[in-house]
Design a protein around this ligand. Structure first.
Ligand code: ADP
Length: 154
C-alpha cells in the first residue's frame, strides 16, 4: 500500500493545489491531504472552511482523505503509516525552500519526498495571491476550484 500525504495550509485550496492532487493520486494508493495546524499563523479561512473546500472538491475520489495535524510532518507520517510526502514545485524559490525541508525530513526519517512540477499556466497561483484578490474584492474564480466559491458566499 503506497500511502502519501500532501501537507499544506490550503488557505484556501487553489487550482495549483488541485492540479498537484489530481496528478498525485495516480502515483499512490491513498493520498491524505493534511492541513497543518500552526497556532502562530493567522489564517483567512477557518480550519473547518479549509477542510470543507477540499472535501467537497474531492468527494468523488475514494483514494483521498482530508485530515488535520499538529507538529512535525514526519511524525504525522509515521503515525498514519505514510511513506511519502508529496509537494508541488512552482519556481526556483520553491525548489530551494523544499530542498532544505526534504533533506531535513530525510535526516529525521525514512520518508521520501516526491515532487511534481506545476502544470504550465498554474505556476503563478498561490494562496497568498488568492487571499489578496479576495480582500480587494477581485474575481478569484479563475484561481480556485468551484467548491471554494460555493462555500465562500457572504
Ligand atoms: P505551505 O504553507 O506548506 O506553503 P501551501 O498550502 O501554500 O502550504 O502549499 C502546499 C503545497 O502546494 C506546497 O508543496 C506548494 O509548493 C504547493 N503549491 C502551492 N501552490 C501551487 C501551485 N500553483 N502549483 C503547484 N504546487 C503548488
Amino acid at each position: 500500500m503506497r500511502r502519501a500525504i500532501f501537507p499544506g495550509s490550503f488557505d484556501p485550496l487553489t487550482l495549483g493545489h488541485y492540479d498537484i492532487i489530481q496528478r498525485g493520486i495516480t502515483l499512490f494508493d491513498e493520498l491524505y491531504i493534511a492541513i497543518g495546524i500552526n497556532a502562530d499563523k493567522k489564517y483567512m479561512f477557518s480550519l473547518e472552511e479549509r477542510k470543507k473546500f477540499i472535501e467537497e472538491a474531492f468527494k468523488n475520489e475514494p483514494k483521498i482523505k482530508v485530515v488535520t495535524y499538529k507538529g512535525l510532518t514526519v511524525d504525522f507520517c509515521k503515525e498514519i503509516n505514510a511513506g511519502f510526502i508529496l509537494r508541488g514545485l512552482r519556481n526556483p524559490g520553491d525548489f530551494e525552500f523544499e530542498k532544505a525541508i526534504a533533506h531535513t525530513n530525510r535526516h529525521l526519517s525514512e520518508i521520501e519526498t516526491v515532487f511534481l512540477l506545476t502544470s504550465s499556466g498554474k505556476s503563478y497561483i498561490s494562496s497568498s495571491i488568492v487571499r489578496d484578490v479576495i480582500r480587494n474584492g477581485g474575481n478569484y474564480s479563475v484561481l480556485v476550484p468551484d467548491t471554494v466559491i460555493a462555500n465562500n458566499k457572504p
